[in-house]
Design a protein around this ligand. Sequence first.
Ligand code: SF4
Ligand code: SF4
Length: 105
Amino acid sequence: MQSIYPGDSRTALEVFRIYEAEGEFFDISDPSHIVRDHFTLGNPAETKSGYEVTDTCIGCKLCYSVCPQKCIDIEKIPAEINQNHCLHCGRCEEICPKQAIRKRG
Ligand code: SF4
Ligand code: SF4
């Protein structure tokens, strides 16, 4: 860099600057209780991933029975997935008799 920027003009150099970004972190140190979360820098359009339960849910609880994280609140109708503990494995979607669970994003 010294050969490109003469003297102390190197202080003008910006290698890169991030204006907008989004990402996820995923903690699997406790396999029976994983934690994921999402973060953003700036104001990017939010990208939703994973699964969600729609209004055709009849509260049969089958999804809960196959969920490895037991992260579906079946006390509610429609049932509700706790996104912070979901593996995105899709087992709930496969078993739902009403096709009430759909992939997001
Ligand atoms: S399996 Fe489908 S219909 Fe049954 S509780 Fe889960 S989301 Fe609702
Ligand atoms: S995608 Fe997997 S972990 Fe997430 S709610 Fe469905 S069965 Fe549970």
